[in-house]
Design a protein around this ligand. Structure first.
Ligand code: ZN
Length: 303
């Protein structure tokens, strides 16, 4: 029986899960992370979760999902934004293989979430799907004609930086009006604060106001639904997928906006032309861990 350590490096914690081939999680370790503290903070979190798991099991592969544009050939970070200072250029695969002498694979966290949905969720058996992650940032996994698309610079699926509103809100990538500045959890809180006198700090606080049906909170949410609908239109016209799966932290709040989104899609001409099926992610926040495991199990056979 093969074993894989699947790792999801997150904004607040790094999770490492030990999987067997039957999709069972035998053990799980968590370690707090603070990406703003620099690369050593994240690497230490990786070492902490892996040290404990390798001491107990014979492991065939370590598979890591990380934010940033990942060079899947050498397992290094091709580019990471200022959200993770110093992460660009970090040779994750080389560092882990030197320390543990275990085959290591690294992939972008949103693409890994797509693999998770493919292995055990809403994308099973599909050759054409897009899995959108709406979290602190926005990203996507695009599988087209049976292949996960990476592009020439590992940047395909960087949906968060498609321009949604020309000359709109300033993005940390240098452009203005990016999807990420309108459709992420961070953006909703920011926009709400700008339109009101509030200084709420978290998406949780914002959705408390939505829940209380505060008019301004609902207005911000209606704009979010319009924006997300436009993103879905762009993706549908670009790739013509069988299914668009929406995941990430924001999907946990869908009781407040999903029906509105479905109504917009149903009333749109694209619903007749493409018959695209838009569904919530089946695995929720577990998609990344399952996807990393899937990648880990399929890698040794292919290389
Ligand atoms: Zn941007």
């Amino acid at each position: 029986m093969k074993h894989v350590i699947a790792i999801d490096i997150g904004g607040t914690k790094t999770i490492g899960s030990l999987f067997d081939e039957n999709k069972n999680i035998l053990e799980e370790k968590r370690f707090p992370t603070n990406p703003k503290a620099g690369p050593d903070n994240l690497l230490n979190a990786l070492f902490n979760v892996i040290d404990e798991l390798v001491s107990k099991y014979e492991v065939d592969c370590i598979s890591v999902g990380s934010a940033g544009r990942i060079n899947i050939n050498d397992g290094s970070v091709f580019f990471a934004s200022d959200n993770i200072p110093g992460w660009t250029g970090v040779k994750i695969k080389e560092i882990l293989e030197e320390r543990y002498h275990i085959l290591t694979v690294v992939e972008n966290d949103c693409k890994v979430a797509g693999y998770g949905e493919e292995w055990n969720g809403a994308a099973q058996g599909l050759d054409n799907y897009i899995c959108i992650t709406l979290g602190t940032g926005v990203g996507a996994a695009v599988k087209a004609e049976g292949k996960m698309i990476h592009g020439s610079h590992y940047s395909a699926g960087e949906l968060g930086h498609i321009i949604l509103h020309p000359n709109g809100r300033q993005c940390n990538c240098g452009l203005k009006g990016c999807v990420e500045q309108y459709c992420s959890g961070t953006a909703l809180t920011k926009i709400y604060n700008e339109k009101s006198d509030s200084k709420i700090e978290t998406g949780y606080d914002y959705f408390e106001r939505v829940k209380a049906k505060e008019p301004l909170a609902l207005e911000v949410l209606a704009d979010f639904v319009d924006d997300l609908f436009n993103v879905i239109l762009t993706l549908t016209n670009s790739y013509d997928p069988d299914r668009i799966i929406i995941g990430g932290g924001l999907i946990d709040t869908r009781e407040y906006w999903w029906d509105q989104l479905m109504e917009k899609i149903a009333a749109s001409p694209i619903s007749k032309l493409f018959q695209v099926d838009v569904v919530p992610a089946a695995l929720g926040s577990k998609a990344g861990i399952y996807g990393a495991a899937y990648l880990g199990f399929k890698t040794p056979q292919e290389q």
